[in-house]
Design a protein around this ligand. Structure first.
Ligand code: GLU
Length: 487
């Protein structure tokens, strides 16, 4: 049987980083097993529906390059669908659920419930006061059959509830092992709402069956719903898929990662200058690491090494510092030309114009120090105009102001005699400066420190050779001269 996985988001807003991880794991398993990865939109909760959310989800999946084999896609901004067992948007499948609901009703596995929300609220309150588990009391299951028919005939508003059978329900979770629950603890779940829409529980089971899903990989928050789903599979006479419930994502203080504690939307991370491939790599390791001594994985490696059974049971801490480091690793691996294209939109947004040739040089020498693409906005300032800085930092820790000044004068005099062609390569600038230091019998630190600070205005920066190369001869001379005046 070929593997079929799915990611089934509800379009209630943005794609959460936890959702990205769920989607990714489903995608990895499908790719590894030469199977099919499906995207299904679960939009049956009309109250929570957010217009534009589907488009935004699809756009995010395009950005992170996790495209489904079947399901909705964006073509020129319009939602279209691919695949044979769709539609993949639940609100377009209502007759299907109605049909299966009828089947359950006919078999006595579901029943109509006419209880008002006031009655249900009152019941819940009573149960809470009595410290009982809050469950429907089957009031409508005990109504005489003729009364039910009569009330249905006049279209009295009602829902359809699952009639949970007696006994126990067991299922195997690929991450947590076998889970068994006494059916007495399971509520008679509403399957069809009074507006004719199915609930999540009904729709998810029908769709996973009809879409021939073999593995349901989803967040831990759904684990308590799974017995209801397994009961439904049994009542329908269908085989249940394999289940894997992923550990929660936690803040470093072990609280649940939530919107309140900062941005958790993939969109926000991209806007903050994280690269899609770094985010994917990072979320892949939330709860799973195939090798103890490796953190950077290309998507093909993740596909090869993915193993559901190796996912941790305990919550995965979302470590922002690690994400920053990892993003820096990905930035470092870009060519300067690639990086120019990536950082340009951030500069545009900040209203900064930087000449293309200069920006390429800046990217060449600064990419090892960047953690986020947005870092470029502050970085370019020092290249575009002479930075203001405290002249005290021109003095190397093993020297004094007089020494630093003398060395700045020396290097300025030397560089003023050097041909402009030397500026065409970092290595040529470097050998020229190093040859000067050696010929004069000077020490590297005494010369290179003040030179570097004079050119960058920063205590930590790329090397003076890189800076001189990026700035060009004229600007290099100008900055050295002004540092000599300042010190
Ligand atoms: N629609 C559910 C959600 O929003 C999907 C849960 C599942 O994967 O079964 O997360």
């Amino acid at each position: 049987m070929s593997v079929r996985t799915r990611f089934a988001p509800s379009p209630t807003g943005f794609l959460h980083v936890g959702g990205l991880r769920t989607a990714l794991y489903n995608y990895l398993l499908a790719r590894q097993q030469f199977g099919t990865y499906i995207l299904r939109i679960e939009d049956t909760d009309r109250e929570r529906f957010v217009p534009g959310a589907v488009e935004s989800l699809l756009r995010m999946f395009e950005r992170v390059n996790l495209l489904p084999d079947e399901g909705p896609r964006l073509a020129d901004g319009i939602v279209t669908q691919t695949g044979d067992v769709g539609p993949y948007v639940q609100s377009e499948r209502l007759p299907i659920y109605a049909e299966y609901a009828k089947q359950l009703l006919g078999a006595g596995a579901a029943y109509a419930c006419f209880c008002s929300s006031e009655r249900l609220d009152g019941l819940r309150k009573q149960q809470e006061i009595a410290k009982l588990s809050t469950k429907y009391d089957r009031h409508c299951l005990n109504l005489p059959a003729e009364e039910v028919l009569r009330r249905l005939a006049v279209n009295e508003p009602h829902v359809l509830r699952l009639r949970v059978p007696e006994g126990e329900t067991s299922f195997r979770d690929e991450i947590r092992g076998t889970i068994t629950i006494n059916n007495a603890e399971v509520d008679d779940q509403v399957l069809m709402k009074s507006d004719g829409f199915p609930t999540y529980h009904m729709a998810v089971v029908v769709d996973d069956h009809l879409m021939k899903i073999t593995h349901v990989i989803r967040g831990e928050e759904w684990i308590s719903s799974t017995p209801k789903h397994v009961i439904l599979y049994r009542l329908f006479g269908w085989d249940a898929p394999l289940f894997a419930h992923l550990p929660l994502l936690l803040n470093p203080d072990k609280s649940k990662l939530s919107k309140r504690q900062g941005d958790v939307a993939v969109e926000d991370y991209l806007a903050k200058g994280y690269l899609p491939e770094a985010l994917v790599n990072f979320v892949a390791l939330l709860g799973f690491n195939p090798k103890a001594d490796q953190e950077i994985y290309a998507i093909d490696e993740l596909i090869e090494l993915f193993d559901l059974t190796k996912i941790n049971k305990s919550g995965a801490v979302f470590d922002q510092a690690k994400l920053n480091w990892m993003n820096g690793q990905y930035i470092m691996r870009k060519t300067a030309t690639e990086l120019v294209a990536l950082v340009r939109p951030f500069l545009d947004a900040a209203g900064k114009t930087v000449d293309a040739a200069l920006l390429e040089k800046i990217c060449t020498i600064e990419k090892t120090r960047m953690e986020r693409l947005t870092d470029i906005v502050a970085i370019v300032d020092a290249y575009v105009s002479v930075p203001t800085f405290d002249p005290a930092i021109l003095v190397w820790k093993k020297a004094d102001a007089a020494d630093s000044r003398a060395n700045l004068v020396g290097i300025r005099d030397h560089l003023s005699t050097v041909d402009e062609t030397v500026w065409s390569e970092i290595a040529m600038v470097e050998s020229s400066i190093k040859a000067y230091i050696e010929a004069k019998g000077l020490s590297n630190g005494n010369v290179l420190w003040p030179t570097r600070v004079a050119l960058s205005g920063r205590a930590a920066s790329p090397s003076p050779f890189e800076l001189a190369w990026a700035l060009g001869k004229d600007e290099t001379m100008r900055r050295l001269a002004s540092a000599i005046v300042e010190i």
